[in-house]
Design a protein around this ligand. Structure first.
Ligand code: DUC
Ligand code: ZN
Ligand code: ZN
Length: 482
């Protein structure tokens, strides 16, 4: 009998701390050996001349999310469910997704989670976990539902400071943070000042300025800076760790750095759109700018540079897509008509499949980021922060969630390569260097040379452990920065 089910032979392995030559032995879906030379497997995969990386974790993904009344997207339908969402993820080198189970006002959070489990089961190709979105923190939700769900492995909670249907007041956020602290769940914050956005959008509307480019005008960086500062203050008062998601420029990042300097446990995420798109992309003919409308909006080249610096110097801990799969049609972006005012356009852009190739090409190949830093940002740090110890690492005992990359392959991004159900990508025609050729989940090859080989429903729900953010401060950050 062979020692291993599979050996990945001859590759260059990159982890969040090292790059080294090793064979990887896999048995029963887990990594069981790392050595210079391994022998004895049912299957040998030749990785000579290739990089072997942990499969990515995309910890900020909107798929099959029911829309709350009162959102710009109410009336729009998300094109990707768990099947096409995880399929698209796999084609881009990601092997684990974290999406959002959303409580709507007046409804039960527990029921929202049960419904979301049903949507995933039988469909997901990859393993997945859920963040909980609290939109209505009633005594029942705070006292019963949320603690119960956290205890059952949903150990991350998201709150919104804007979007009429989901935003919480500062006091409500404190109530949620208090439960998060007591139950040791990590809290994610969408930080934009709702009142300012509403005031600016009303003024723009009165002036007839309702094109997609005015979406950005209605949400300047100051809106994000103020809300980030307030969120950090709320986290400080409640004494619990926070993740500020989709940070788009220097000013909110400066708030985060200041909070850390005061000793707060604060973590920061940015996304491809803040590195590669600008406000100018919203200013296109024929509503095309709606394709890149997301919140916070893409900003200017200075903000792009600030986000790159933040990735390079360790200010950002995690890099996720914020995949929001609205088609450019009457079911998606244009659900309110062919020429809607910006307030009626569903927010968000697709990005599950492009997240890792874009960062690899623009970050690693250009020399801005080391390979370990790339691995930390796209996989290992998400695993540490969101309590997924079996994921995001190449180590004995970890799940064999791996991607074999050709680091020199040049690929022109076209929408058909991405295998999502969205009918466009903002990155159409962009040439990248480096592409995942083979993607494996728990030892099973999911994608090889552009073909899908796995069956829907094989993905499993992952119960989260307590976030490393709750670890003793004296041990320092458990993840790799700088
Ligand atoms: N912004 C969000 O906060 N969520 C989904 C998409 C977006 O643009
Ligand atoms: Zn958000
Ligand atoms: Zn989002």
């Amino acid at each position: 009998m062979n020692s291993f089910d599979t050996i990945i032979r001859g590759g260059t392995v990159a982890t969040a701390s090292d790059v080294f030559r090793a064979d990887i032995g896999i048995s029963a879906g887990r990594i069981t050996a790392l050595a210079e030379k391994l022998h004895g497997a049912d299957q040998v995969i030749d990785a000579t001349g290739r990089l072997v990386l942990p499969g990515g974790i995309d910890a900020h993904v909107h798929i099959d999310q029911a829309q709350a009344p009162g959102l710009a997207s109410a009336g729009a339908r998300m094109a990707d469910g768990f099947l096409s969402g995880t399929r698209s993820a796999a084609f881009g080198g990601t092997t684990c997704t974290m999406s959002f189970a959303v409580q709507h006002r007046g409804a039960s959070l527990r029921a929202a989670v049960a419904d979301y489990h049903r949507r995933a089961q039988g469909n997901a190709l990859l393993d997945y976990a859920f963040h909980l979105v609290v939109s209505d923190p009633t005594p029942e939700v705070l006292g019963q539902e949320l603690p119960g769900l956290i205890a059952r492995g949903h150990r991350s909670v998201k709150v919104y400071m804007t979007y009429e249907a989901m935003r919480l007041s500062d006091r409500q956020i404190l109530d949620v943070l208090d439960v998060s602290r007591a139950q040791r769940a990590i809290t994610l914050v969408h930080a934009e000042n709702h009142e300012i956005i509403g005031w600016l959008a009303d003024r723009l509307e009165r002036a007839g300025d309702t094109r997609p480019k005015h979406h950005a005008t209605s949400r300047p960086l100051a809106v994000e800076r103020e809300a980030t500062h307030r969120a950090l203050t709320l986290g400080e008062v409640a004494d619990t760790p926070l993740v500020i998601v989709h940070v788009s420029g220097a000013e909110p990042l400066a708030e985060i750095r200041r909070a850390r300097a005061r000793g707060l446990k604060v973590f920061a995420e940015t996304c491809p759109q803040y590195l590669l798109l600008t406000e100018a992309d919203l200013d296109q003919p024929d509503m095309l700018g709606a394709q890149v409308m997301c919140s916070p909006p893409p900003r200017d080249t200075e903000s792009q540079a600030a986000c790159w610096r933040g990735l390079e110097d360790g200010s950002f801990d995690i890099f996720n897509s914020d995949h929001a799969p609205y088609r450019f049609d009457a079911e998606g972006k244009l659900h309110a008509g062919p020429n809607p005012p910006f307030r009626r356009v569903a927010n968000g852009i697709p990005g599950l499949a492009t997240r890792m190739p874009l960062l690899f090409s623009e970050g690693v190949v250009t020399g801005r980021l080391s390979l370990p830093r790339f691995v930390a940002l796209t996989a290992t740090n998400n695993a540490a922060l969101y309590g997924l110890p079996a994921k995001g690492r190449i180590a004995v005992g970890a799940d064999a969630d791996l991607a074999i990359w050709d680091p020199e392959k040049r690929v022109t991004i076209t929408n058909d390569l991405l295998h999502h159900e969205v009918d466009y990508t903002p990155y159409e025609g962009r040439i990248v260097t480096g592409w995942p050729e083979l993607v494996m989940s728990r030892g099973e090859v999911v994608v090889r040379d552009g073909a899908l080989l796995a069956a829907p429903g094989r993905g499993r729900f992952l119960e989260q452990d307590i976030s490393s953010a709750f670890g003793p401060r004296a041990e320092g950050l458990p993840w790799i920065s700088g």
